[in-house]
Design a binder for this molecule. Sequence first.
Ligand SMILES: [Zn+2]
Length: 317
Amino acid sequence: MSILGIATHKFCQEHDAGPDHPERWGRVAVILDALQRESLWESVREYEARAATVEDVSYIHNPKYIEAMRRLCEKGGEFLPSMDAAVGPESYPAALHAAGAGLTLADEIMNGQIQMGFAAIRPPGHHSIYARPWGFCIFNNISILAKYLIEKYSLKRIAVVDFDVHHGNGTEQAFWADPKVLYCSIHQEDYFPADTGNWHDTGEGEGEGFTINIPVAARCDDETWLSAFDRYAIPRLEEFEPQIVLVSVGFDGHWRDIISGIKLTGKAFSGIGSRILKIAEGSADGKIISVLEGGYDDVGTAEGAVAYFSALMSRTE
Ligand SMILES: [Zn+2]
């Protein structure tokens, strides 16, 4: 069985998005609790996430935005409409460690210490763009990770699979014209953010054809979801031959999750885990880093996470 590194940090527990806000530490805790009850936990190695430096975050974000967020958080108590969440003094260190978790795991994987990683962090990241927070996200954790792998380890082909129920508009934007990153998102159509993630959005310039958007209808079930992924994502992912597969992991497409309309069960999350493993085994020696995005129903999130990681770690060699 593969060794899975899990990186988190206590600061990720402390970011408070506001009273009764769905984006809370409990949704990460249920994943860790559920995995600990599984036999796969014997193959888990735990890491304390390092903080991303301002230089790391600047791979993706405007330095003026980073500084503005630091000040806003320090001042505290403010609800940011663009983020749809509040920030406080704990939020900036939480965001730096959320971004740093992937970097900690990247170093371990590239140095051959582990085969797979899971950044069990919050706030999530895939909506935030160059100079603004968006949809509960402060810094774009997975984009910072992809750019770090390009800059530090000279990787030339990185696949980012995003199966959160929402479109990862921030990740798409970061690599819109970059052929080194194949961004592939399956998400609920005409949902959040509005007007992004359409079929015809495929990148531009050198990056034309390196963005794949697969919008699926509300009420989509496991079979329809997996067959859309098989049809539109798998051939392109295989052809791309990624050197590592990064995954924006969201369990908010689970049928129990009231934040979305699609109707997935553990079967879908298991199915996509097997497919991602196969892609990674094909060209990346099984190297996969999963980064947590959404998932707001505790039972659905735990079920989805156990199904996904059990499939991902089923590698036997
Ligand atoms: Zn989401």
